[in-house]
Design a protein around this ligand. Structure first.
Ligand code: FAD
Length: 436
């Protein structure tokens, strides 16, 4: 064991949240990151002239203009601005996204059913996500797109999901827009991400790297395995090295913190064990000699196709793809033990290629590059017990004085902009606490 004096604040995990906190604490902190380089879920792959994001495609957008401006300022000149051109693959057609703004692309019977039930909607006030979909969108939109898509990505029946995450994330479209969409007048939904940004070069990791440049002390290759109380704070160990800090910020998955921290009560461990999440495959194919449609992403509700979403990184930034080639990424959610997560990479790849062939988006002969990436922590699943269990776990760590920050530590469905906002908030609280 080697011992050495460390800065006042230890930050566990060097993803965007941990880097953001550290960037505000100046030299008074150290980031401990398990991986060989920081960035966490924002890591990008750069191989054979292709650039893409390993943990699912990431675009930069925010409802908060100040946060968006800050993210863009981190990138300086290295920014490409894009315009969303998403589609939904439905009954062999490409329907404009979001679906309720693309009704004119449907055949007349489907168009009628969506519009009629949107207007003639007597579904009662909802108590779960399934009822909320019917209540908000009507039977047509619910059954043709929203239920199959959501059940595919979440991997649980929508009736088992709570409502608390929906508000603000899935907006209710105005009646005027739905009627216009049905008769063929162009409308747009989800306006906060209609225009988006992406690093011109380097993939989304460029954003994490720009944040990392503002951090003085990052120790890569330090996988935190034990955390225990010390006389003057906390001792953190990777099994070989030890650090002692007065204060701790954790951005580690809360489900792992329960094992890493010493003496966690059984009640807290039980709550943490009951928290559900989905893991994610991101399967990327480089294609030679094939032009892909000019879309940014394609949502795929069809349960017969293995992926829920396809993305075209060449549309995020032209710098992602060499001349004469194209890139397509497929995302598949899975859970440990469901048989899908256990598939080996070649089987997952085979399923994706077969799905793309059936959509006529790729054929084996076009493929010049492949990569299968896995992310254990993809999406938090908000079932009915989620709030109660999360509160038990969070209250416990907060009672120890450990600040939780980020998507997996706070166990919330939050994007990069919110990670940054929360990172700044945690840093301000630490600075205020140190002065008090
Ligand atoms: C499929 C998908 C698509 C997304 N798309 C977008 C998008 O388009 N736009 C957007 O704004 N956001 C998007 N997000 C959200 C975004 O990825 C997250 O909000 C953000 O990356 C979370 O950062 P974080 O620092 O909280 O967590 P992480 O990035 O997970 O960072 C945690 C860090 O802790 C490290 N770590 C873990 N265990 C240990 C240990 N024991 N010891 C030391 N270090 C450890 C990890 O290696 C990692 O670096 C998407 C997320 C997903 C899953």
């Amino acid at each position: 064991m080697t011992h050495r004096a460390a800065p006042q604040t230890g930050i566990l995990g060097g993803g965007l949240a941990g880097l953001t906190v550290a960037s505000r604490l100046d030299g008074a902190s150290e980031v401990l990151e398990a991986d060989a380089r920081p960035g966490g879920h924002l890591r990008s792959v750069r191989e054979e002239g292709f650039t893409f994001d390993a943990g699912g495609p990431h675009i930069i957008f925010s409802r908060n203009a100040e946060t968006l401006a800050f993210m863009l300022s981190l990138l300086g000149e290295n920014v490409h601005r894009g315009r969303r051109a998403n589609k939904i693959f439905f009954k062999g057609r490409y329907v404009k996204y979001p679906f309720e703004n693309g009704l004119y692309d449907l055949d007349p019977q489907d168009r009628f059913e969506c519009l009629y039930h949107y207007i003639e909607n007597h579904h009662p006030a909802p108590t779960n996500f399934r009822e909320w979909i019917y209540h908000t969108f009507g039977t047509g939109l619910a059954e043709k797109y929203l239920l199959p898509y959501n059940e595919k990505i979440w991997k649980v029946p929508a009736a088992e999901m709570s409502l608390d995450w929906v508000e603000g994330r899935v907006p209710k479209p105005p009646l005027e827009d739905v009627v216009k969409a049905a008769v063929g007048v162009t409308t747009e939904g989800y306006l906060h991400q209609l225009d988006f940004y992406y690093p011109a070069t380097g993939g989304i990791e460029a954003l994490a790297m720009a944040m990392a440049e503002r951090v003085r002390a990052i120790t890569p290759g330090f996988a935190v395995r034990h955390v225990r109380r010390a006389r003057d704070g906390w001792t953190v160990s990777d099994g070989l090295r030890e650090r002692t800090y007065a204060r701790l910020v954790s951005t580690l998955p809360i489900v792992e913190m329960a094992e890493i921290f010493e003496d966690v009560p059984q009640e807290v461990k039980d709550s943490v064990a009951a928290l559900r999440f989905n893991s994610l495959f991101t399967v990327t194919l480089g294609l030679a000699g094939r032009r892909l449609p000019e879309y940014t992403a394609i949502y795929v509700p069809d349960p017969g196709l293995p992926f829920h979403r396809l993305s075209l990184p060449g549309r995020f930034s032209p710098g992602n793809v060499p001349e004469g080639r194209s890139l397509i990424q497929a995302e598949i959610t899975a859970n440990s033990g469901d048989g899908v997560w256990e598939l080996d990479d070649s089987e997952v790849l085979r399923k994706v290629v077969s799905g793309l062939e059936s959509m006529d988006l790729a054929h084996s002969g076009d493929i010049c590059y492949t990569k299968v990436c896995r992310a254990k922590y993809g999406y938090v699943v908000q079932d009915f017990n989620y709030r109660r269990h999360l509160e038990t776990a969070k209250n416990y760590f907060q009672s120890l004085g450990v600040a939780l920050c980020g998507r997996n530590a706070e166990f919330e469905y939050i994007n990069m902009d919110q990670c940054i906002e929360r990172g700044f908030r945690v840093a301000s609280e630490l600075i205020r606490g140190a002065k008090a």
